[in-house]
Ligand binder design. Structure first.
Ligand code: ATP
Ligand code: MG
Length: 450
């Protein structure tokens, strides 16, 4: 293909830049990112959500039909393209629609109620800024085939615990609303249309358009021209059916019993069409305009819009980058037990052999094979290693290694088989230092000097 060759020749001369709105995540940010994902994995197991893996792309209609044609996502943010078979495909802008599609096409009904969780990259053509990217990442949790308010409670309790385990719950508030059932929502919608029609000319252009297609979305507008009219718009509470009221009452009672703090926000609607009953967002003012870290709700109508049987479900998604920004530098440093520093090739063979046996006992080991000895010691220290193991000519001749405790500087020559015992001691000592530091009292039976 001549065209491809010409393209390669042209682009080879200059290093290609990353795509706008994508990120290469490294260093402290990458550590915070990993901490968020690892904590999520731990918490979803506590609540017994099963891990699933989903395709990164789907047929375009999966998103168009479920998220709603008039939403920002479908109308202007999707990465859609024709593949070589002329089929319209879309890089997933969210997880829920694909998971709903999978539930129907795989007959996952047999597992209902099904609690699933996943995480990974998503794609939206947005204006990139801090906390807003074109490829970003989410944690996602869903309970499918569960119509009772307890599912909403469970899901929110899990979200709440996740934020607490991440150490970022302070200053993050759970905003909660109900959109009512189908009838309540219709009646509210009609009242909203009437209210906003009266001031149509003063609304933002976007909201004038929403008025016809999707009036609830006006409540979600961030445009200052709309805010005043949103404030005195009709409230859902005046339109809730008794059943919808009961449902919301059960959710809030469950949250109170589970110790999950929440605030009522009657204007909260969220940007997607498919929500019914519960809608929620965890918001903070610590991230500027990108203050929503986690959002979700109940989407009882979604499966039908994809041609499946009526299936109640509820779920949430959280932006990993936004959570990681809140975690910031507070991500715990990864454990580093042993730095092995061989002096020459014979030492390197010993280093590989020692590393193998230490790692088999779950010690974190790194071999520093090159560079000046002093430099290598400094690198090991900086990286926070507990123990350095030096292997030089003398040590090899004696069948020993030199072990140095990098906290107190104590040093000894020991047999390689004794290294793991010394590492265990250093780990204990560090644990004691950290416990003291954190102010957690030690139980009486522990002698800190032992
Ligand atoms: P926003 O109002 O900020 O655009 P949204 O309503 O579009 O958010 P959802 O579709 O509910 O967001 O996605 C859930 C979460 O995913 C958000 O609360 C946010 O943390 C994160 N998120 C959404 N879009 C982006 C993006 N472009 N970049 C980074 N994170 C994002
Ligand atoms: Mg958005």
């Amino acid at each position: 293909m001549r065209g491809t060759n010409a393209l390669t020749a042209r682009t080879m001369s200059k290093t290609p830049q990353a795509i706008r709105g994508t990120q290469d995540i490294f260093g402290a940010e990458a550590e915070a990112f990993a901490f968020v994902v690892e904590t999520f994995e731990r918490v979803r197991k506590l609540y017994r959500f099963r891990r699933i893996e989903m395709p990164v792309f789907e047929r375009t209609e999966v998103f168009a039909r479920s998220i709603g044609e008039t939403t920002d996502i479908v109308s202007k943010e999707m990465y859609s393209f024709l593949d070589r078979g002329d089929e319209s495909l879309t890089l997933r802008p969210e997880f829920t629609a694909g998971i709903a599609r999978a539930y129907i096409t795989n007959g996952w009904q047999q597992h209902a109620p099904l609690k699933v969780a996943t995480h990974g990259p998503l794609f939206r053509y947005e204006r990139p800024q801090k906390g807003r990217y074109r490829q970003f990442h989410q944690l996602d949790a869903e309970i499918l085939g569960a119509g009772e308010p307890q599912a909403d409670v469970e899901l929110l309790a899990m979200a709440d615990q996740l934020l607490k385990e991440l150490g970022i719950a302070d200053g993050v508030t759970l905003n909660l609303n109900t959109l009512g059932d189908g009838d309540s929502r219709e009646a509210w919608r009609a009242a909203l249309v009437e209210h906003f029609r009266g001031v149509r000319g003063e609304l933002s252009e976007d909201s004038q358009e929403r008025l016809e297609k999707n009036p609830l979305r006006i409540l979600d507008s961030k445009d200052p021209r709309d805010r005043a009219f949103v404030a005195d718009a009709p409230k859902i509470d005046d339109f809730l059916s008794p059943q919808a009221q009961d449902f919301f009452g059960a959710v809030t009672a469950g949250l109170d019993a589970a110790g999950v703090a929440w605030e009522r926000n009657p204007a909260l609607v969220r940007g997607l069409d498919y929500y019914r009953h519960t809608a929620f967002e965890f918001v903070t003012d610590r991230l500027g305009a990108q203050g929503t870290v986690l959002g979700g709700g109940r989407y009882d109508g979604l499966m039908e819009s994809l041609g499946g049987p009526a299936t109640p479900a509820v779920g949430w998604a959280a932006g990993i980058e936004r959570l990681a920004m809140l975690v910031g530098e507070r991500a715990p440093q990864e454990r580093f037990d042993v730095a092995i520093i061989p002096m020459d090739d014979a030492g390197l063979a010993q280093a590989n052999s020692l590393a193998r046996s230490l790692r088999a006992e779950w010690n974190n080991v790194e071999i520093y094979a090159t560079g000046k000895l002093k430099k290598r010691m400094a690198r090991a220290n900086e990286a926070g290693a507990l123990v350095a193991v030096l292997i030089g000519e003398d040590e090899i001749a004696a069948g020993e290694v030199t072990v140095r405790d990098l906290h107190d500087g104590e040093q000894a020559r020991v047999a390689p088989a004794d290294v793991s015992g010394i590492v265990a001691k250093a780990q204990n000592a560090q644990w004691l230092r950290q416990t003291e530091h954190s102010g957690i009292g030690l139980p009486d039976w522990i002698d800190p000097d032992a």
